[in-house]
Design a binder for this molecule. Structure first.
Ligand code: MN
Ligand code: MN
Length: 493
């Protein structure tokens, strides 16, 4: 479907609105705060050239979402792009004028770009996460039941289980054989290729097993089994004919024996490409936008920085954020310290403990993660005064956490003022938001793990609808403006 461009305000009107805004800010009246909603959205402020940029960026972004549906695929893609751009491995000796990268276990990536000031004085750091809620396969996952073969899944992250039933799923695999050979495969992504699916019960018969139950009990995780085969193999009386049929396919397609699945990372993800959404095509729908939107724009801001920044830059793409940041590739590791030490070393400085820890304590950080957008269908969960609106740009979220700010890293006032200034001075349309109403739930980001180093950090990201679902929705305008915000932070903060 072709994209119908949204209405663009005429340059004359735009100029008038700019002048009006300029008078407002100089008169600095108390009415300003309440006028937040009356400011033009990003769409209304775009010039025709900018509108073309928005569309081009959205196309590139959709491709990224389609191509990078696992944390490992994100890592592979970014690493290849970094190498093409001339970044070098920071574990190798010698200076890195273009900057460098550090990877850990193929899933955790750090990037460094030198600035005019030495790294010992602190970095401008952006972090995001490359993992997303999904269904992994269990190490022993293949079984048959009543002449159908299935793959048993295991939840990863906070997903709503019913959203994963009765829809096309793809299987992304990374398998390591005992002899060390690595096998990467994707099944179910090509048009015309079969997909997998998890079945659901028909409404005619669901009253005892689903309808009369609480939502939290109606969909037991152990029922999330993907249908794998239905055509038996071998003589009619042989045992496990369906399981064998599925196992044969694993062997023929990828050279995998059933035991090899034990040393494999097999992830079920929604099949198919990211799409444009809406009659006007102004939105983007796709899996994993939490937090690959931030990954995409932050990486683009780093590679496309164009000039040597005043301060040295770091970008980290963490794994395992969706399950609490634990594990060797998560934010609860010493990776930040290691990356900072390597950056110092590649700048000819001695990465001793004091220099590294002081550099980090003097750093400024954005914890780039998406924010819950205000969904008018569920507006009672939002505090509307502090809710994120689509089309109004990246959100600065001073604190996350649950009720009573438990588990929150809160940005101090001085730092909020600094980032406000940086964004405003560089034409970033942004919004100040909070996750939702108090006592309705809560959530957190890796800001907490960063704050451990004593650096200044605030959460910043674009609003998302249907977050954690197989089809998350964002605004093209917000993607574009978030890139602008990340660029401003890297170059001007
Ligand atoms: Mn996230
Ligand atoms: Mn999330």
């Amino acid at each position: 479907m072709p994209t119908i461009p949204p209405r663009v305000t005429s340059p004359k009107k735009l100029e008038a609105s700019r002048r009006k805004n300029a008078t407002r800010s100089s008169s600095s009246t108390a009415d300003e705060a309440s006028e937040a909603d009356q400011r033009p959205t990003i769409w209304e402020s775009l010039t025709p050239t900018q509108l073309r940029e928005v569309e081009a960026l959205a196309g590139e972004y959709r491709e990224f979402l389609t191509e990078a549906k696992t944390e490992r695929a994100v890592g592979q893609k970014l690493l290849a792009m970094a190498q093409t751009a001339g970044l070098r491995d920071l574990t190798q000796k010698g200076p890195s004028p273009q900057g460098g990268y550090l990877t850990h276990h193929g899933k955790l990536l750090g990037f460094f770009a030198p600035g005019q000031s030495p790294p010992s004085q602190g970095f401008n750091l952006i972090v995001a996460h490359g993992d997303a809620p999904r269904l992994d396969l269990k190490p022993r996952c293949l079984y048959e039941d009543h002449e159908l073969a299935f793959l048993k899944s295991n939840l990863y992250g906070g997903l709503k289980k019913f959203q994963w039933l009765a829809r096309p799923l793809a299987l992304w695999g990374f398998c390591v054989l005992k002899d060390g050979r690595e096998i990467n495969f994707r099944f179910g992504e090509e048009p015309g290729e079969p997909v997998l699916t998890i079945t659901d019960i028909l409404p005619h018969l669901d009253s005892k097993v689903q309808r009369d139950k609480k939502l939290t009990e109606a969909f037991p995780a152990e029922r999330l089994n993907a249908l794998a085969a239905s055509r038996p193999t071998g003589p009619a009386k042989a045992k496990d004919r369906l399981k064998k049929a599925a196992a044969n396919i694993l062997w023929k397609s990828w050279g995998l024996k059933e035991d090899d699945l034990i040393s494999s990372e097999l992830e079920l993800v929604p099949a198919g490409p990211a799409r444009e959404v809406g009659l006007d095509g102004s939105l983007i729908g796709g899996y994993g936008q939490d937090d690959r939107l931030s990954v995409f724009v932050a990486f683009k801001a780093l590679l496309g920085r164009g000039q040597q920044p005043a301060k040295p830059l770091l970008l980290i793409i963490f794994d395992r954020e969706e399950i609490g940041s634990y594990g060797s590739t998560g934010a609860e590791t010493n990776f930040v310290t290691r990356l900072a030490a390597r950056a110092l070393e590649s700048s000819g400085l001695n990465p001793d403990w004091r220099t590294v820890t002081e550099a980090l304590a003097n750093s400024l950080a954005l914890s780039a993660d998406v924010e819950a957008g205000l969904d008018p269908t569920f507006k009672e969960v939002h505090d509307e005064l502090n809710a994120a609106r689509l089309g109004r740009g990246p959100c600065l979220v001073r604190y996350t956490g649950g009720a009573g700010k438990y588990g929150a890293s809160e940005a101090r006032a001085e730092y909020m003022a600094h980032i406000r200034r940086v964004f405003d001075d560089n034409g970033v349309i942004w919004q100040s938001t909070l996750l939702g109403k108090q006592e309705y739930g809560g959530g957190g980001t890796v800001a907490l793990s960063l704050a451990f180093h004593g650096l200044s950090v605030v959460d910043c990201g674009a609003p998302v609808l249907s977050m954690h679902s197989p089809f998350e929705v964002t605004s093209k305008a917000d993607v574009w403006m978030t890139l602008k915000a990340m660029r401003a932070f890297f170059l001007k903060a």
